[in-house]
Design a protein. Structure first.
Length: 236
């Protein structure tokens, strides 16, 4: 098995490798709840603002969030990711949508001007960032003042409840065996568990956002204190 890290090379190569089966397995393991969580987040964003003319989908992957963000009718929607293979699938799903642009980009060095976007979103990707604090700062740089930052992610839950322990056993032991088998990888779904286990708790993440010039305006626990939706606003 490969050494599991959050390096850009490792993460980019891993997602290139599993891109053909990524959507199907995500929807199976979440029982398609990941799609519902994205739709709910877009509804909340619509309630907050009338329009978002420029939107960034960061760690956009195969485009499930890109599709939902497009429902906000932006003038320009940028889908950025380290994995070209994931972006190829995203582009196919967007069906040559004229407002959508696809960019291979590192979250630490985004190729956009200061204060450019009204909205940035990441679903199930921010825990893969090698340098999280620096990436949050970079997201803040490209967001306009009062711009919104959506995160949907799996966070470490320090609770010791029996129900959570049972889920983590499934997540650590069963999901990697099935996921690695069906994706023809010998390590990708071991990385999935490890990336959550070694990530921030939701409280730590909110504190990080506040320390980088954001205020949290919406927060929802979607599943067992692990999957959360957070919408933050740039205030400085």
């Amino acid at each position: 098995m490969k050494e599991i890290t959050r390096s850009k090379k490792f993460v980019g190569n891993m997602f290139d490798e599993i891109s053909p089966t990524y959507d199907r397995l995500n929807h199976i393991f979440s029982m398609r709840q990941d799609l519902r969580w994205r739709r709910k987040a877009i509804k909340e964003l619509k309630d907050l603002e009338n329009s978002y003319d420029k939107i960034l989908d960061l760690a956009a992957g195969t485009g499930d969030l890109t599709i939902e963000l497009n429902k906000l009718s932006p003038e320009h929607l940028f889908a950025a990711d380290l994995s070209l293979e994931m972006l190829k699938i995203n582009k196919q799903k967007m069906n040559n949508n004229s407002c959508t642009h696809f960019v291979k980009a590192d979250a630490m060095y985004l190729p956009f001007a200061d204060n450019y976007f009204k909205l940035a979103g990441i679903s199930f990707g921010i825990r893969n960032f090698e340098f999280l604090n620096e990436s949050i700062k970079e997201i803040g740089r490209v967001l306009d003042l009062k711009g919104k930052f959506l995160t949907i992610e799996m966070f470490r839950n320090p609770s010791q409840s029996l129900l959570l322990k049972a889920f983590l056993f499934y997540f650590n032991k069963i999901v990697p065996r099935i996921g690695n088998l069906l994706s023809h990888s010998n390590y990708a779904y071991n990385y999935l568990f490890r990336s959550v286990e070694t990530f921030l708790s939701i409280d730590e993440y909110v504190k990080l956002l506040k320390g980088n010039g954001f205020r949290v305006i919406y927060q929802k626990n979607n599943f067992m204190g692990i999957v959360h939706t957070v919408i933050a606003e740039k205030i400085m």
